[in-house]
Design a protein around this ligand. Structure first.
Ligand SMILES: [Zn+2]
Length: 596
């Protein structure tokens, strides 16, 4: 079906369109310049007068599938009982407001106007499980990042200084598990946690492999660029959740600053578009360059920007990170904002969750994935009257408001760690409204006012800024901005229409911003209307995007394959032939071809 979205206020930062009143034309799932008169006659017309039109949201870091979310649901069944969701003509039943069941994840994201999601922590051995669960997250396009920062073979090759073998191994792993990006969690530390230890500085070597966090971060950033991956190396830094960790975070960001960006994504070069007469034309370039410019993408920085030396003198340490980000060009972050209320923390960082479990005195779980990685899970309740929690809430907002350039920061909660993604509209309202922030500052523990810079921050983000940090920046960061996160000719027709009139929008009407961003008037995914108000009208599956890497050196690759075969026999508990994730585990697999 062809669609005309008429007369909306369009916010499309990649094309520098800031609230211009215009029409958007959709044909064969793509945005086109216009439709022919006969196509116009048969097109579905959506009157967007006095409405806000944005590209579909892109969430580059949200825990939506795999062992961690499943375990989280099992650990807290009471949170699922509370929120049953009935089936409808088009949708499955389900439950959950914190870790919604798989189908509900897709419906809720789509209703909020999000159309592309990335699961940020796939354990290689559990990649099949993760993809099986992603299969049941409908509507949205998706992909995932593979945990590689504590992998035995990666650490061994890096220790031996054999960067080419490390690259060939990582390339093989991404191909084998149909993963989209490289993830590194608490480098060198999670391996130590298998022996009841952690690492606490960038130059502390772990046991057995004697590799340091610095070597792993630098090595994986280099590997990422040797292979030419679409996105930057994705880092969860060391010492997460420890007072005073902002310094190691800043120093981690600094490690790859001299490594050149080298994306070898083939589809950017080959992409074509159809004009109104069905002639192939070259894709129109966006006004802001769509190529990624960074070589490191640091995640949920709020949890890694703690100041002070203990929980007693705990304070925000965001200033050091904000200053660093404002001065540098090679790094990008997502915020990891905190929302008040019950949630469940889950991460590939086992020792940090152990720390949290001890602190809260509640239940926690830990998992070690042989030779590869681990994880931890603990329920968490962020309380307004708790000094640390209130400070964390303020810090998430400080990071987004303090970094001057919205092309360097993405709005996330590290869902569900800082709070479930369904609460994103609350964060948007706080970012847009100083009064909204002041109201909350008055309600919460005074540390939020005394130990952060939030009270002095006057910035009120515009709809254009919000579109940037929830769509355009995330799409560019993961190397998808040639087709996602914008509304230019040739882009995928992923579109969110909100009942927001920018001319009458009152940013002090905080509740109304929350309501309006909670549910679109229409969400369009790949040219299909998928939700209308709070109703899902089409719940077909999106694509699963993964890297298909051509190895830079065939001989090195063959040597690495021989190593893998030998190591599998020696160390793994199962056979190599049972290891790979095949296409049958993916919905609409879409290989992103990398290299020659
Ligand atoms: Zn995360």
């Amino acid at each position: 079906m062809n669609i005309i979205i008429k007369n909306g206020f369009v916010f499309d930062p990649l094309n520098k369109i800031d609230g211009e009143k215009m029409d958007i034309f959709v044909k064969n799932g793509k945005i086109v310049q216009s439709l022919s008169p006969s196509e116009k006659k048969n097109a579905k017309l959506i009157d967007a007068t006095n409405k806000t039109v944005m590209p579909g949201g892109v969430d580059s870091h949200t825990h939506i599938a795999g062992a961690k979310v499943t375990t989280g649901r099992m650990m807290c069944p009471e949170l699922q009982y509370d929120t049953p969701i009935s089936k409808t003509e088009n949708t499955h039943c389900g439950s959950g407001n914190i870790v919604p069941s798989s189908y509900i994840m897709g419906y809720k994201y789509a209703s909020m106007g999000y159309t592309t999601l990335f699961e940020p922590a796939i354990p290689p051995m559990l990649a099949r499980h993760t993809h099986e669960e992603l299969m049941h997250v409908p509507i949205v396009d998706k992909g995932g990042y593979l945990l590689l920062g504590n992998n035995w073979f990666v650490m061994k090759y890096l220790k031996e200084g054999d960067i080419d073998k490390a690259a060939a191994y990582v390339g093989w792993m991404l191909n084998t598990h149909k993963a989209y990006g490289i993830k590194c969690v608490n480098p060198a530390g999670v391996e130590n946690w298998g022996w009841g230890m952690d690492v606490s500085s960038l130059d502390e070597a772990n046991i057995h492999f004697e590799v340091t966090p610095r070597e792993v971060i630098e090595g994986l950033c280099e590997v990422n660029e040797i292979l030419g991956c679409p996105m930057s190396m994705h880092l969860h830094a060391n010492n997460l959740g420890h007072p005073g960790n902002w310094e190691i975070t800043r120093d981690s960001l600094d490690i790859p600053k001299n490594i050149g960006v080298n994306s070898k994504q083939q589809d950017i070069k080959n992409i074509v578009n159809l004009d109104s007469e069905n002639n192939e034309v070259e894709l129109e370039k966006t006004k802001i360059a769509w190529e990624r410019e960074q070589n490191i993408y640091l995640t949920h920085v709020q949890f890694n920007a703690f100041g002070g030396t203990s929980w007693k003198d705990f304070e925000s340490g965001t200033k050091g990170i904000i200053d660093y980000m404002n001065k540098s060009k090679h790094a990008i972050i997502d915020s990891g904002c905190v929302i008040f209320g019950q949630t469940i923390c889950m991460t590939g960082d086992g020792p940090s969750i152990y720390g949290l479990g001890v602190l809260t005195g509640g239940k926690w779980t830990n998992c070690d994935v042989e030779l590869e990685c681990g994880s931890g899970i603990a329920p968490m309740n962020y309380k307004k009257k708790n000094g640390v929690h209130a400070t964390q809430w303020a810090m998430g907002l400080e990071l987004i408001l303090g970094i001057d350039d919205p092309w360097k920061v993405i709005m996330t909660t590290d869902s569900p760690n800082g709070g479930c993604f369904v609460n994103y509209p609350q964060i948007i309202a706080w970012l847009m409204s100083k009064k909204g922030r002041e109201n909350t500052l008055n309600e919460v523990h005074k540390w939020a006012s005394d130990r952060t810079d939030l009270p002095g921050m006057d910035r009120e983000m515009s709809l254009y800024d919000i579109a940037t940090i929830t769509r355009a920046t995330a799409a560019k960061c993961v190397g998808l901005a040639h087709k996602k996160g914008h509304l230019g000719v040739g882009a995928d027709a992923d579109i969110a229409i909100y009942d927001i009139n920018p001319n009458t929008l009152d940013v002090n009407d905080y509740d109304s911003i929350v309501n309006k961003f909670s549910c679109t008037e229409y969400t369009i995914k790949g040219g299909v209307i998928v939700s209308k108000g709070d109703k899902i009208v089409d719940a077909s599956s999106g694509t699963t995007r993964y890297c298909n890497i051509t190895m830079p050196d065939e001989q090195v690759y063959q040597d690495v394959l021989n190593d893998i075969e030998a190591w599998f026999k020696k160390y793994y508990t199962f056979k190599l032939k049972n290891y790979p994730t095949t296409n049958k585990y993916l919905t609409n697999p879409e290989a992103v071809n990398i290299g020659e």
